[in-house]
Design a protein around this ligand. Sequence first.
Ligand code: NAP
Length: 323
Amino acid sequence: MTAANPPVSIDFPDVSMHLVRPNEPVRARVVRNEVCTRSKKAAGFVRHVEIDVSGTPLEGGFRAGQSFGVIAPGEDERGRPHKVRLYSIASPTAGEDGAGKILATTVKRTIDEHWDTGRLFTGVASNFLCDLDEGDEVLVSGPNGKRFLLPARPEEHDYVFFATGTGIAPFRGMITELLAAGVESKIALVMGAPYRTDLLYDDVFMRLDEEHENFHYITAISREPEGDSAGGGGRGVYVQQRLATHRDELVPILSSPRGLVYVCGIAGMELGVFQELARQLPPMAREPYLVCDDETLAGVDTWDRRMIHRDIKPTRRVFLEVY
Ligand code: NAP
């Protein structure tokens, strides 16, 4: 990128927020609930749940990338109604139905132990959502979020999306929206999962990759060994390592003045993505995404999370949502 080739400006669309407040949630109805891994042998249990919000203020009121609230029935240990839990919308802005009436989300069952008692911990909302049948009612609120969105003029940009696990949810919506609109932007999705059997919506993205020349689906499996020739050194790989192994595909997108980076999933991946952007991109291509001084840059191998926003500053071209 040169001064004669400045970054394309980014404008955001207007979005509605809090059309339904969590203290006055509305009733919606589950219309589909299915496993979203191809294999039944997946280590985690993740379900794709579709909810009909027609007739509520949420109908036509959400955008890809936003989230919505679920208020689980029952009370907390203090006898108060459960607080709202937010879930990423996995649908495009037009919803699953094309008319903004049905939104989807991607829910992983919580199956854990209480760290103090060692007893089974199943959380509040995720298992409730996963257990809902078609026709069941659910109290919802939202939408929430105004920053993790596609830009207002999506055709003016190219995209690299990095997802781990259920962090794929907003990208399912965004990518299907971009491709359905016929944008000719270059779009790469790098999807990370522990095992191949854990890849979410794998069949959807494989099909989109086959159908659209401008979309590339790249996976990064962390717990299955990958050969030396693929850059994995015989170990599994994290999504950020694809910037090295798939340099020829990803670096040209990021080096263009149109490039945008989206990151969603497990906390920790953002640091890894930043380190790999710093290592793989030449300075002119790196600066539009990350601002850091020369001394910080020289210490890239020892960066830690606390340096993010303090010493390593992502720019407006980087969209982050990690938990
Ligand atoms: P998962 O299936 O366990 O997959 C996570 C993958 O990320 C694993 O392959 C894991 O590898 C890898 N990983 C671990 N540390 C990493 C690092 N430092 N850099 C890159 N990759 C790393 O995922 P999950 O259980 O669905 O969890 C997804 C996370 O995304 C949750 O924390 C969830 O809260 C968050 N999320 C956020 C949003 C949002 O912000 N809107 C939406 C949905 C999900 P190993 O385990 O093999 O090390």
